[in-house]
Structures are given as C-alpha cells and as structure tokens.
Design a binder for this molecule. Structure first.
Ligand SMILES: Nc1ncnc2c1ncn2[C@@H]1O[C@H](COP(=O)(O)OP(=O)(O)OP(=O)(O)O)[C@@H](O)[C@H]1O
Ligand SMILES: [Mg+2]
Length: 269
C-alpha cells in the first residue's frame, strides 16, 4: 500500500459557491478508486484542481513522482516521504510529474490518424523533458513506445485511420492512449463511458481493467454508470456538494442510506 496522490483540506470557491469543500483524501496505488456523486457534486472541479487547470482557494495537493529533484527542498516539509507538493504547479508540470487525465469532452486532432495523435502527445511530453540522449536513439525508442501504447489500448488495427472517421467509443479509447503517452503514475478518468453504447461500455471497462493490470499507473475514475462503478471499483468515494459523504468498499458505500439520499435528492440517478 502506497499513497500516490493526496489532498489536504482542498477547497475551491466560485464566488459564494463552494464547489470543492475541504476535501482530504489519500489515493492508494493498489486500488482502482471511483469518485462518484450527483451532477454538480464537484467531481470535475476536483480533477481540475488536481491537474492544475484551476488554482485551489485553499489546501494542498501531493503526488508521488518518479522524478528526482526539480522541487528543491519542498518535500522536506511534506506530510510523507516521496510525495511532491504540486499545489501550485501548472498543468504541463503536473503532467510531467506523472498525473495524467482523460477528459469528459473529446480533445483529439480529428484530421490526424490515431498513431499521429499518439505521436503528437508523446513528442510534446518528450520535449518538456531534460533528456540528452541522441536524437536517433530517441526517435527509435519513441516509435517503439508509440507502438506499445497502441498495442496496450487495442488501437493497432486502426492506427492509420483518420480520427474524424472513428466511432465515439474509438475516440474515447484514443483519448486514453493520449493520456498514457505521458507515462502517468496516476491516471484520472472523467466519465470514461459517457455517451457510449452498451458494447462500447463493456469494451472500455475491460480496457481499464487490463491497463490497471499491465501498467504501474493507479486509476481514479469518475462515473455515473453504477454498473461500471460496481464492476471496476475497489474503493468508492462519494462527493456531495463538494464534500466527501462516504468512502469505502463498493458494498458498504452503495448500501449507505446517505448515498442513496444524495442521489435521490438530485436530478441525476
Ligand atoms: N468555472 C466555474 N465557474 C463557476 N462555477 C463553476 C465552474 N465550474 C463548475 N462550477 C460549479 O461548481 C459545481 C461543481 O461542478 P462540477 O462540474 O465540478 O460537478 P461534477 O460533479 O463534475 O458534475 P457532473 O456529474 O455533472 O459532471 C457546480 O455547481 C458547477 O455549476
Ligand atoms: Mg463532471
């Protein structure tokens, strides 16, 4: 059991509205954690804080990172060894530190092929690295890493297909491949099954399981589809009105009366 991501009293206010209300959480590398909650509970805002897209009003964020140095002595004051304070980091620094995300809304280059999209993501990640290997070796290594990512995500067969001709489910899988291109330690997925048909849902769930087994990355998923949540989660954290309402095993959390009430009290189910 190792903590890979941690928040302390993390808070985000939009004017009077407290979208994320003093959330303290530790994500363990041995579990797939789902973050669920009614519409407007603060899930996407929480992800935006973690990934540096939004600046928190208060609190801190810590990430286990393979990178040594770069952070000076800040870790010395940290709550636990090996965690790096990324509270003030910019999105590209967060990605560089190993926290990756696939979005709720598609953000791929439609005119490029699947492989070209993965290559772009990989190159932009490589360019931010201070790495002095020779160009030739770098390109060769990169091409083989691109093929690995295509293989892991089951996209090899459509690697040369332009993305604008792909199905919605295929595009969501490409997004996962793009997020993998930064070699994440922690992979945040925001509603990976949104807009998918039942066949695509089954495929994406089995892909997430396979990736979790094959990679060192720790998966954190927000999801409205309760069948998916039950299926993939080792742990479920319920957010309601920005606060943690429940946190535990699927059996405990999904039978918790407060959780049922939170869902019934909102427009979503
Ligand atoms: N940029 C913003 N400015 C003002 N209010 C915002 C902003 N982003 C989100 N909110 C508000 O913060 C609250 C939390 O929204 P958020 O999108 O994080 O919820 P969510 O749990 O992801 O919901 P959903 O399940 O619908 O995706 C909502 O009341 C939303 O209207
Ligand atoms: Mg959301």
């Amino acid at each position: 059991m190792t903590t890979v991501l941690k928040t302390e009293d993390l808070r985000k206010q939009f004017g009077e509205l407290t979208a994320v209300d003093d959330v303290s959480i530790e994500i363990d590398d041995s579990e797939i954690t789902s973050i669920i909650g009614p519409n407007g509970a603060g899930k996407t805002t929480f992800y935006n804080l973690l990934t540096g897209v939004l600046q928190p009003t208060a609190g801190s964020i810590w990430l286990r990172s393979d990178e040594s140095g770069g952070d000076g002595g800040r870790n010395a004051d940290g709550p636990s060894d090996g965690l790096r304070d990324i509270t003030d980091a910019e999105p590209h620094e967060v990605a560089q530190a190993g926290l990756s995300r696939s979005y709720q809304i598609t953000n791929i280059f439609e005119g490029l092929t699947v492989r070209e999209n993965v290559r772009v993501a990989r190159i932009s990640h490589e360019e931010t690295r201070l790495d002095f290997r020779s160009r030739a070796n770098e390109n060769e290594a990169m091409e083989s890493e691109i093929e690995d990512i295509l293989d892991l995500t089951g996209l090899t067969g459509i690697a040369d297909t332009a993305c604008d001709t792909l199905s919605h489910g295929e595009k969501r899988t490409v997004e996962i491949a793009l997020a993998l291109a930064i070699e994440p330690n922690v992979f945040l997925m925001d509603e990976p099954t949104a807009g998918m048909n039942p066949t695509e849902v089954t495929e994406i769930v089995s892909l997430i399981r396979d990736l979790d087994a094959d990679l060192d990355a720790t998966f954190v998923v927000t999801e409205h589809n309760m069948d998916v949540v039950k299926d993939i989660s080792d742990r479920i954290v319920v957010l309601a009105e920005g606060s943690i309402l429940a946190d535990g095993t699927p059996t405990d959390v999904l039978t918790d009366e407060r959780v049922t009430e939170a869902y019934l009290g909102s427009d979503s189910a």
